[in-house]
Structure formats: structure tokens, C-alpha cells
Design a protein. Structure first.
Length: 123
């Protein structure tokens, strides 16, 4: 009985958590690609790969404000962007893209509920 529990029941119990993680990663990629199309000057690009979705508590509102200013100054974004509001826990994902015969990378920061982008930076 104990062996059956470990080999059958435990993997079945883990499935919802596995699918939830995949769904969040897909949602984050979708938000990032929508953001790129709407706010970033990089039009002809191909996604090389996405990192896993991770979380952080170390990005402060002051750091986000500096990130927004740098994104505008360095022309990562085309215009002033209305970002999603700050949450103490942020999710983030790195993306690598082929653009103009080069590979570039960006990090996208999301609020903890994956409602939108709170910041983007060049790596």
C-alpha cells in the first residue's frame, strides 16, 4: 500500500501545481510580448528563448523608478509607459531575442498577480 501511494497518488497530487506553473509562465510570456509590440521600438525580432518565471522581494519602488527612467533614456521603450503598479513581491522573466543580426536580452518585471509589467530593463 505504501509503495502504491508513493508511485501513484503523490504524482497525481503534484499535477495541478505543475500545470499552474506552466500557465503562469505562458501568461508572463504573453504579457511581455504584448508589451514589446506596444511599447518597444524593436519590431522585427525572433524569440530565442525565455527563462523560467521567478520572484523577488528586492526591487524597491525607487529602483523601479530608476528602471523606468533608464528605459526611456536608453530608448528601450518608444514613449512614456503606464506601468502596472508596484507590489512588494515581483515576478520576473528574462527573454533573449534575435534582432538585427544580434542577440539581445531584456528582463521583464511583473506584479505578483501577473496583471501587467511593472518594469523592463536591458541586461
Amino acid at each position: 500500500m505504501n509503495r502504491t501511494l508513493k508511485t501513484t497518488l503523490l504524482p497525481l497530487m503534484a499535477l495541478p501545481f505543475l500545470f499552474a506553473g506552466c500557465g503562469e509562465r505562458h501568461e508572463a510570456r504573453s504579457l511581455a510580448q504584448d508589451f514589446m509590440e506596444e511599447h518597444m521600438p524593436m519590431q522585427d525580432y525572433e524569440v530565442v528563448r525565455w527563462s523560467r518565471l521567478d520572484s523577488t522581494f528586492f526591487v524597491t519602488p525607487v529602483a523601479l523608478k530608476a528602471m523606468h527612467a533608464e528605459a526611456e533614456r536608453s530608448k528601450i521603450v518608444k514613449h512614456r509607459v503606464g506601468y502596472q503598479g508596484y507590489t512588494p513581491k515581483l515576478l520576473f522573466m528574462h527573454g533573449w531575442f534575435a534582432h538585427d543580426h544580434d542577440t539581445i536580452s531584456r528582463t521583464f518585471y511583473f506584479d505578483d498577480k501577473l496583471q501587467g509589467i511593472v518594469g523592463v530593463k536591458r541586461n
